[in-house]
Design a protein around this ligand. Structure first.
Ligand SMILES: Cc1ncc(COP(=O)(O)O)c(C=O)c1O
Length: 443
């Protein structure tokens, strides 16, 4: 008998048989409020007839052609629409199947950009600790996630990393605004130490996703990052696999800082999870250097520009626009943040943060000293399980966001159709979960 292999060989996963709107249902008919949109993926909700119809319509026409031989109308239409979402000057789009493909492709394109301009030594990518850019070897080399890197370090590129802009636990022991944005200045220091002539790009998640959910840098951070990158002829890649397509209440997260990156990677919300779909969005500057240089890319994937997936992506973007769901993400996000903030009355809730519908709650053993729980206490897992027992699905962000080992937090990133009633259900479940875990860990 064949059997599916899961991430955790020892766990019994609920078997989901259908989804509608913000709810999922398992085999026994049990309902779960999907307060994390799968994993920051689902935005228009589950079971949207318009998206299903677009999928069927395209499957009837043509499901697949290979991008090495043919263009197709669905992919062209998606790119035309996506360009209207992107910042000015970023109208060139490469379609792919997943976030890791997108970040790894952006990594290679950054090097190609410099190669085309006669700077062949520029290939290293600077990134941040407490970050995630994907699981393939290039993407993992850029990712500052200790627990997932450790086993594979022999394969990984030795790329430089700087500290994250994590104000709640400032890596420099400073506090904003007197800090002088030391976390951005560190980029300049590392570039100087390593040598700008070897560095192709800096990559960052505008708002931190799975590694320290909802951590949002101060207003001066990305403008200063942009300046440093420009000074050293280094590209700035905004990894918007989570923050892209409206999750933070703007089309792309980086817009909150009024900064234009050179490349944007985006995935999850682009198809609301109905099909695998991702994109790298190129600034004219990057596109033109390649177009006027060799005129081709030495990389590609079988499913790049997949017609069926593209038709779904287009249907999702149109649905988001016609139902003004990005606006709703901003509006409900404000209420959600306010309601979650009230959880700080419980002594194990240390920080609540985020923007739009990408938020995080960090748990501590002591609110004053911010001392974390020992990892073996399993606080994140306990909270997630207790919330699930209340019928609400949140995700335990990767633990270890403090030093790669310790640190507990959950991620909350619901579909953009979330309502006030859904917010109240979520908050009630979290209150119950926090109280249960407090008793278990005897705070
Ligand atoms: C910011 C970011 N980049 C890249 C990825 C990798 O995406 P995928 O899992 O689709 O390969 C993720 C996945 O969570 C992510 O959060």
């Amino acid at each position: 008998m064949g059997a599916q292999v899961f991430r955790d060989f020892t766990k019994n996963y609920p078997i989901i048989t259908r989804g509608k709107g913000v709810f999922l249902y398992d085999r026994a008919g049990r309902e779960y409020l999907d307060a994390v949109g799968g994993i920051s993926v689902v935005n228009v909700g589950h079971g949207v007839p318009e998206v299903v119809a677009a999928m069927q319509e395209q499957a009837d026409k043509v499901a697949f052609v290979h991008g090495g031989s043919f263009a197709n109308e669905a992919a062209m239409a998606l790119c035309e629409e996506l360009a209207t979402w992107a910042p000015k000057g970023m109208g060139h789009i490469l379609l792919l199947s997943g976030g890791s493909e997108a970040t790894e492709t952006a990594m290679k394109l950054a090097h190609q950009y410099h190669l085309e301009r006669g700077k062949a030594d520029k290939y290293r990518i600077v990134s941040r600790w407490i970050s995630y850019h994907g699981n393939t070897i290039g993407a993992l080399s850029m990712s500052g996630r200790t627990a997932w890197r450790r086993e594979f370090t022999p394969y990984l590129q030795n790329f430089p990393k700087i500290h994250p802009p994590y104000c709640y636990r400032c890596p420099y022991g400073k506090s904003y605004p007197g800090c002088g944005i030391a976390c951005a200045e560190e980029l300049e220091r590392v570039i100087t130490l390593e040598g700008a002539e070897g560095i192709a790009a800096f990559i960052a998640e505008p708002v931190i996703g799975t590694s320290a959910a909802g951590v949002t840098p101060p207003p001066e951070y990305y403008p200063r990052i942009r300046e440093i990158c420009d000074t050293h002829d280094i590209l700035f890649i905004a990894d918007e696999v989570i923050t892209g397509i409206g999750r933070t209440g703007k089309n792309f997260g980086i817009e909150h800082w009024g900064v234009a990156p050179d490349m944007i990677t985006t995935a999850k919300a682009l198809s609301s999870g109905y099909v695998p779909l991702a994109a790298v969005i190129l600034h004219d500057k990057v596109h033109d250097a390649i177009a006027k240089g060799s005129g081709h890319m030495t990389q590609g994937f079988t499913y790049s520009g997949h017609p069926l997936c593209s038709a779904v992506g287009l249907a999702v973007l149109k649905y988001l626009k016609s139902h003004e769901l990005v606006e709703n993400a901003a509006r409900i996000g404000r209420l959600l943040l306010q309601r979650l903030d009230a959880l700080k009355r419980f002594p194990i809730v240390g920080d609540v943060r985020g923007i739009g519908l990408l938020q995080g709650v960090e748990f501590v053993a002591d609110q004053i000293s911010k001392r974390p729980f020992p990892p073996e206490a399993g606080v994140t897992r306990r909270i997630v399980e207790a919330a699930l027992a209340e019928g609400v699905m949140v995700v335990g962000g990767m633990s270890g966001m403090i030093d790669g080992v310790a640190g507990d937090h959950i991620q909350i990133s619901p579909p953009y159709i979330f309502t006030e009633t859904n917010v109240e259900q979520l908050v009630r479940a979290l209150e119950a979960a926090v109280q249960k875990v407090m008793r278990e860990v005897s705070v």
